[in-house]
Design a protein around this ligand. Structure first.
Ligand SMILES: Cc1cc2nc3c(=O)[nH]c(=O)nc-3n(C[C@H](O)[C@H](O)[C@H](O)COP(=O)(O)OP(=O)(O)OC[C@H]3O[C@@H](n4cnc5c(N)ncnc54)[C@H](O)[C@@H]3O)c2cc1C
Length: 432
């Protein structure tokens, strides 16, 4: 069989860690099976948009050549596609016919396989849960090269272990899932500013008439200013049936090369935070799907701004009863450290279905923080791990690069020794 296998220096979106890996790109099930049967210590990789080491191993199977939408039923909104199809591929086909995702992350350039393996969530988790809520079925290739059909009725254990299972159960080959009807591509956004932590928490917890909500927090604001930020709420607008639906994708800007020194530091963060709120005054604004859901897609290669050392995204979720104090403790620990988060996003989460054991969100609040990678970074991450652990919280493995193994991560060194998906699947049971 002739499919490309390239030796590469490979990393996730945050460019840390970087490892040497053989990356195979099969274009059919037979080619995928061939590579699966040849390799031990293999992980599937979609579009590499997980931040840390989730899609890294000595042998990697890229799904990017498995990129066909097999069928889209414009009357029922059911998509049937290969695992390497990007969410953006689906948007271009589905939006003009009046369909959108029930659940979408803040990036459209991820694969369907990656969306399932991380069981991604969006800004509407309290009402709509994770991607798995609308997943009908998928085909999974096991370590033995068998193709197993998984749904909530058939091979249900394997179905739920794979949703949020970080590729530890096998290779997702294709999937079927349900989209939602939209009658307009406009979003009605409502922005609220907060002057302190009480106001921020109250705004994010209230305003339940909006389906979508996410808050930006000024990670440098301390003392009585702690919690200064903005909450961005939104609902889909209603349109008339005559209105043609077009998915307007803004032409993205680009960071053309990696500067020799990172551009993100405490001072640029200070200036960014000062300017950020001015650009987002409180009030009601119409906006469009691309601008509301995918603002970071507006700059290609923005990860290069962090320079050659890359960055670390740390995202955790704490249950409702610990989150108010626990998140405040996280910010206090960061403010005592030499590190400053450039981007901070706070979200509220709803109940997790009992079967969705490996989905990241639990009922409570999650916070995502992007830090330039410094010498003190690992030590800060371990301090944050301890606070999250004490608050009965958990971390998001798709973002992680250097947390304590007690948080569920498999360090790359262990991964090298770990034999196969069957071993990895057993490790799922040990996740906190
Ligand atoms: C700017 C940005 C914003 C984001 N916003 C959100 C957000 O709002 N909510 C959220 O939940 N996530 C968010 N993410 C994270 C992202 O959605 C996930 O990391 C997603 O899994 C990436 O998909 P990918 O195709 O790039 O997969 P990769 O990064 O290549 O892989 C991610 C994981 O999926 C596994 N995997 C991939 N394909 C398969 C397959 N075919 N079979 C089995 N396993 C597979 C890999 O082994 C790995 O464990 C964001 C990421 C970025 C860069």
């Amino acid at each position: 069989m002739t499919y490309p296998v390239e030796h590469q220096q490979l990393a996730g979106w945050a460019k840390f860690p970087v490892i040497a890996a053989d990356v195979a790109t099969p274009a059919s099930i037979e080619e995928a099976r061939d590579y699966v049967m040849r390799q031990e210590r293999l992980i599937a990789r979609g579009n590499g948009k997980s931040y840390g080491d989730a899609a890294l191993a000595p042998h990697v199977l890229s799904t990017l050549a498995l990129r066909h939408i097999r069928h889209f039923d414009a009357s029922s909104g059911v998509v049937d596609c290969e695992a390497g199809v990007l969410l953006s591929d689906i948007l271009r086909v589905a939006v003009p016919q009046g369909w959108f995702f029930y659940v979408t992350p803040g990036i459209k350039h991820i694969t369907v396989g990656g969306a399932i393996a991380s069981d991604v969530h969006g800004k509407n988790h309290p009402t709509h849960g994770c991607f798995s809520n609308y997943l009908i079925s998928f085909e999974l290739m096991t370590a033995e090269g068998q193709v197993v059909h998984c749904s909530k009725e058939e091979n249900a254990d394997l179905f739920w272990q794979t949703c949020g299972g970080m590729g530890w159960t096998g290779l997702i080959l294709s999937a079927k899932f349900q989209l939602r009807r939209i009658s307009s591509t406009q979003m009605l956004q409502h922005t609220v500013w907060s002057a302190n932590w009480d106001e921020l928490f109250a705004a994010l917890s209230g305003n339940r008439e909006y389906e979508y909500a996410a808050a930006w927090v000024d990670g440098l604001a301390a003392g009585s200013n702690f919690g200064r930020g903005a909450v961005f709420f939104a609902n889909h607008a209603e349109g008339s049936s005559k209105e043609p639906l077009v998915f307007h994708e803004k032409k993205p800007g680009n960071v053309p090369f990696t500067p020799p020194i990172g551009l993100i530091n405490r001072w640029s963060t200070y200036i960014h935070n000062k300017m950020y709120l001015r650009k987002k005054p409180p009030g009601d604004y119409p906006t469009d799907l691309d601008s509301y859901f995918y603002p970071l897609d507006g700059i290609r290669n923005w990860n290069r701004m962090y320079g050659p050392r890359g960055f670390v995204q740390y995202q955790f979720c704490m249950p409702e009863h610990t989150a108010y104090d626990g998140i405040a403790r996280i910010f206090q620990a960061i403010q005592r450290s030499p590190d400053a988060p450039f981007l901070t996003v706070l979200k509220r989460h709803g109940e997790r279905p009992a079967e969705a054991r490996y989905s990241f969100p639990i009922k409570g609040y999650s916070l995502a923080l992007d830090f330039p990678r410094t010498r003190s970074m690992v030590s800060l991450v371990r301090t944050l791990d301890d606070i999250v652990w004490a608050a009965e919280g958990k971390i998001y493995l798709t973002k992680d690069a250097c947390s304590d193994p007690k948080m569920g991560r498999i360090p790359l060194e262990d991964f090298k020794e770990s034999k196969w998906w069957s071993d990895l699947r057993e490790r799922l049971a040990m996740l906190p």
